[in-house]
Design a protein around this ligand. Structure first.
Ligand code: GDP
Ligand code: MN
Length: 378
């Protein structure tokens, strides 16, 4: 789950990190009132679950409350990477000397948490990572001890020469580490971490992602969930108790079991196709779940074919077949279905499909090859 900048700032502030104040607004009038309260010179910032807002025109400096209202008018409703801006954060405009990057994430390859810092922070950090990777310093912690003070100093010293700035940054990096662990985060980021002409170090942007599986024991964080800011398909999938991740391809995949879903996506790639999604309909399916799954898959306009790959263990093939037949009645599916059904109650399942004028195969290679061909007509 991603949270908004203003929410991540609240988390960071509670951890002691110096973060300028701010309030959110949903209307230009509210934005103006907040700007007035904050002294006029403010930054108006789009609150969407996406980076690169600055470059997209979603972060604007205002010299007075009236201008803040105008910026809010322009930014509210704006589309940033497919997400509509519903809320803006109004925060005092800071004077900036330098912009640095500080982040940490769960590093699966290292089986730990890796911290990354760069003195070349700001809106071009992706470019820096690409063209000048040496400008980013990395440190993987020992998860038994967490980030140690000397490690935080080492990271901070990679950012600044001035001992006062290093000391402030080391403290902030330590606080970020604590906030990251306490939230059960998978990623936390400050970009930019600024220095001011007065010699202060502050976080003026904040980003955090939290593992969905942590949320049940982190109610404070779970409360930050903003459904309106998430892809509708993923919200719908979660409500239907389906594991769904939208991807960019055109082969819609409906599979039972996460392992088989992964294998299916691999095979789609092997045959030259691109999966449109990861979708695990679970171990014990019922027809309603299949209907929900098909609704979600077909709501993606990229999908050109739907591939069912069902291995009946606990899942019964006849349940899935009933679900497919039911879904065909309830929703207007305009793309071809390619179905593999094998395992528990296979004969019953196939009979149900055939009764409805459909067919099923048993070989995984065969159906995947056919689905890829249908998705990419020569
Ligand atoms: P992002 O583009 O989504 O990462 O949004 P940021 O919050 O990082 O803002 C983008 C850029 O806007 C920053 O790198 C700063 O250069 C600038 N910016 C943001 N807040 C302020 C501010 O308070 N004062 C000034 N002068 N610039 C700011
Ligand atoms: Mn940023």
């Amino acid at each position: 789950m991603n949270i908004h900048e203003y929410q991540a700032k609240e988390v960071f502030r509670n951890a002691g990190i110096p973060v300028p104040p701010g309030e959110v607004a949903e209307t230009p009038e509210a934005a103006e009132a907040i700007a007035q309260k904050l002294g006029g010179r403010v930054v108006v910032k789009a609150q969407v679950h996406s980076g690169g807002r600055g470059k997209a025109g979603g972060v604007k400096l205002a010299s007075d409350a009236h201008e803040a209202r105008e910026h809010a008018e322009a930014i509210l409703g704006m589309d940033i990477k497919g997400l509509t801006v519903e809320t803006v954060l109004i925060t005092p405009a800071e004077e900036i000397d330098t912009e640095a990057y500080v982040g940490c994430l769960v590093d699966r390859a290292a089986q730990s948490v890796t911290f990354m810092v760069s003195s070349e922070g700001g809106v071009d950090i992706e470019e820096v990572a690409h063209s000048n990777p040496d400008a980013i310093k990395k440190l993987t912690i020992d998860p038994r001890y967490g980030l140690l003070p000397h490690e935080a100093y080492w990271l901070a010293a990679a950012l600044y020469d001035d001992p006062s700035l290093v000391k402030q940054a080391a403290k902030i990096i330590g606080q970020l580490s604590k906030a990251f662990s306490a939230a059960g985060a998978s990623m936390a980021e400050i970009n930019p971490l600024i220095t001011t002409p007065a010699g202060d170090v502050k976080a003026i942007d904040a980003k955090m992602s939290v593992d969905d599986n942590e949320l049940f024991r982190k109610p404070d964080i779970a409360a930050y969930r903003d459904l309106s800011a998430e892809p509708q398909s993923e919200t719908k999938a979660r409500e239907a108790d389906l594991s769904y991740v939208k991807l960019d391809g055109n082969v819609g995949c409906c599979v039972n079991g996460a392992g088989l879903a992964m294998a299916t996506m691999d095979l789609v790639k092997y045959y030259g196709g691109e999966p449109a999604n990861f979708l695990d309909i679970g171990g014990s399916s019922n027809p309603d779940k299949v209907v929900a799954a098909l609704e979600i898959i077909t709501s993606d306009p990229n999908v050109k074919v739907i591939l069912f790959n069902i291995f009946g263990g606990i899942t019964r093939c006849d349940d899935v077949a009933n679900g497919i037949v039911e879904a065909m009645k309830r929703i207007d599916i305009k793309v071809p279905l390619v179905i593999r059904l094998t395992g528990t109650n296979e004969e019953e399942g196939v009979a149900i499909l055939e009764g409805a004028g459909m067919s099923a195969a048993t070989s995984m290679d065969e159906v995947v090859e056919r689905a890829v061909a249908l998705a990419n007509p020569a």
